[in-house]
Design a protein. Structure first.
Length: 381
C-alpha cells in the first residue's frame, strides 16, 4: 500500500496531537498553520486523566511528566470567603489512577511540535478552501491529500466550507480573563464564586500560578485598563484574590469572550475531510475539557485510520467521537449556567447552599465524570 498523506489544518493542541497520532498510524503528515511564528504567550490549561491517557497513547507520557503540576486539592469559597466545598484531589487519582494536572499552554505546544520532524509543520500558511475530495488551497498553493483534518479552531474555515449551513460560534454570556504570575508555595487548585463571576487559581510548575476569571458581561465588553476593572470587581473579595490581581501586570492579562458551538454538527466527517477539537465541538471552558477532548479526538482519529480504508476509518471516528464530545460540550454549558453564570441573588444563595449541603464527591461529579475514558491503541506504534 502506498503511504497515505494527511494534511492537517491548524497547529494547535488538536492538530499537533493528530499529526503525532497519524504518523504513528503510518501516514505521511503535513500541518499547515496560519500563524507565522510560534510566540504563544498563552496561560495555563488543566489536563484531566482522560487527556493524560490520550497523551500516553501518543507516546508522550514520559516527556510531558516533568512539565505537569499535580493539583493537590480542589477548594471552593463564595465571594464573602465562606467555604462551600473541598474535594480531595487524591480522590481523582484513586478513581482514575492519575491526578488532575496543569501545564502552561506554551510548554504543551512546544512539546507537541518537538515531537514532530522539523519539516512537518508549515507556519504562515492560511488555508482558504478545502473540498471533500481532499484538495486543500491557500493563497499561492494547493495540495491533494488522502485525508484532510480541520483542526483550525472555533472559527474553523474547514467547518464553514464543508458545513455551510452551520451557524458557527455563539457567545456563551461570559467574558474570560487569564494570566500567569510568579507565586511560590501553591499546590492547591482553588476557586471563588460570586454572582455572575468566578475566579480559579491553578498552580503550575516553576512556582507560577495560572488564574482565570469568567465574568458575565455583554459580548464585546472591553476595558481600557483590565487590571483596574478586575481590582474594582474583586475589591471586597477574600484574599488572596485582590492581592493576586494587584501583583499581575496589565500586559499579562488576556481577555477573550467565551464562545461555543451551540448547534451540534450532524457529522464530524464530509468526504475525506474530518473535523476535530474546537472546530468540531468548541465548548465553554467551565469543565476544563475543551483541550482534553481535542486530544481524545486526535487519538481516536489516528486509531481509526490505522485501517487502510480512509472512508471506513472516518466513519468509525465520527461514530466514536461525536456522541461523547457533544455530551461533554452540553455538560460544560450546563456547568456554566448552574455555576458562575448565575447572577440572580436568590438563585446564587440556593446554589451556594446546595454546594455546601451536598457531599463533595457529588459536587465534583460533573467535573470528574468526563475523565472516564480509555484511549485506544494506535497502529503498531
Ligand atoms: C478561557 C479558556 C480556558 C480554557 N481552559 C481549558 C482547560 O483548562 N483545559 C482544557 O482541556 N481546555 C481548556 N480550554 C479549551 C481549549 O483551549 C481548547 O479546546 C483547545 O485549545 C482547542 O484546541 P484546537 O487545536 O482544537 O484549537 P486551537 O487551539 O484554536 O488551534 C487552532 C489552530 O488553527 C490555526 N488556524 C486557524 N485557522 C486556520 C487556517 N485557515 N489555516 C491554517 N491554520 C489555521 C490557529 O492559528 C490555531 O493555531 C479553555 C478555553 C478557554 C477559552
Amino acid at each position: 500500500m502506498t503511504q497515505r498523506h494527511a494534511v492537517i489544518i491548524g497547529g494547535g493542541i488538536g492538530g499537533l496531537c493528530a499529526a503525532i497520532g497519524l504518523r504513528k498510524a503510518g501516514l505521511r503528515v503535513t500541518v499547515l498553520e496560519r500563524a507565522r511564528e510560534f510566540t504563544d504567550i498563552g496561560a495555563g490549561i488543566t489536563l484531566w486523566p482522560n487527556a493524560l491517557r490520550g497523551l500516553d497513547a501518543l507516546g508522550l507520557g514520559g516527556r510531558i511528566a516533568p512539565l505537569l503540576m499535580p493539583q493537590a486539592a480542589g477548594k471552593l469559597r463564595d465571594h464573602t470567603g465562606r467555604w462551600l466545598t473541598r474535594w480531595d484531589a487524591d480522590r481523582v487519582e484513586r478513581a482514575f489512577g492519575r491526578p488532575l494536572l496543569a501545564i502552561h499552554r506554551a510548554q504543551l505546544l512546544d512539546l507537541l511540535r518537538d515531537a514532530l520532524p522539523a519539516d512537518t509543520v508549515h507556519p504562515g500558511v492560511e488555508v482558504t478552501d478545502v473540498d471533500r475530495a481532499g484538495t486543500v488551497r491557500w493563497n499561492g498553493g494547493e495540495v491533494g491529500a488522502d485525508l484532510v483534518v480541520g483542526a483550525d479552531g472555533i472559527h474553523s474555515t474547514v467547518r464553514t466550507v464543508c458545513w455551510p449551513d452551520h451557524p458557527g460560534a455563539a457567545y456563551c454570556g461570559s467574558t474570560g480573563f487569564r494570566a500567569v504570575v510568579d507565586l511560590p508555595d501553591r499546590r492547591e487548585l482553588s476557586g471563588v464564586i460570586g454572582k455572575g463571576v468566578e475566579i480559579g487559581l491553578v498552580p503550575l510548575t516553576g512556582e507560577r500560578l495560572y488564574w482565570y476569571i469568567a465574568e458575565r458581561a455583554p459580548r464585546g465588553t472591553r476595558h481600557d485598563d483590565r487590571r483596574a476593572h478586575l481590582l474594582r470587581l474583586f475589591a471586597a473579595w477574600p484574599e488572596p484574590i485582590p492581592e493576586l490581581i494587584e501583583r499581575t501586570p496589565e500586559h499579562a492579562i488576556m481577555q477573550h469572550d467565551l464562545l461555543a458551538l451551540d448547534s451540534p454538527l450532524p457529522s464530524y466527517v464530509a468526504g475525506r475531510v474530518a473535523l476535530l477539537g474546537d472546530a468540531a465541538h468548541a465548548m465553554p471552558p467551565f469543565l476544563g475539557q475543551g483541550g482534553c477532548q481535542a486530544i481524545e479526538d486526535a487519538v481516536v482519529l489516528a486509531a481509526s485510520l490505522a485501517q487502510p480504508d480512509v472512508g471506513a476509518g472516518l466513519r468509525e471516528y465520527d461514530r466514536r467521537r461525536r456522541p461523547r464530545s457533544q455530551a461533554i460540550a452540553r455538560q460544560s454549558a450546563r456547568a456554566g449556567r448552574m455555576g458562575s453564570q448565575l447572577a440572580n441573588p436568590i438563585a446564587v444563595a440556593v446554589r451556594n447552599a446546595a454546594i455546601r449541603l451536598l457531599p463533595p464527591a457529588m459536587t465534583a461529579r460533573a467535573a470528574v465524570k468526563p475523565a472516564q475514558w480509555s484511549a485506544p491503541t494506535i497502529g503498531t506504534g
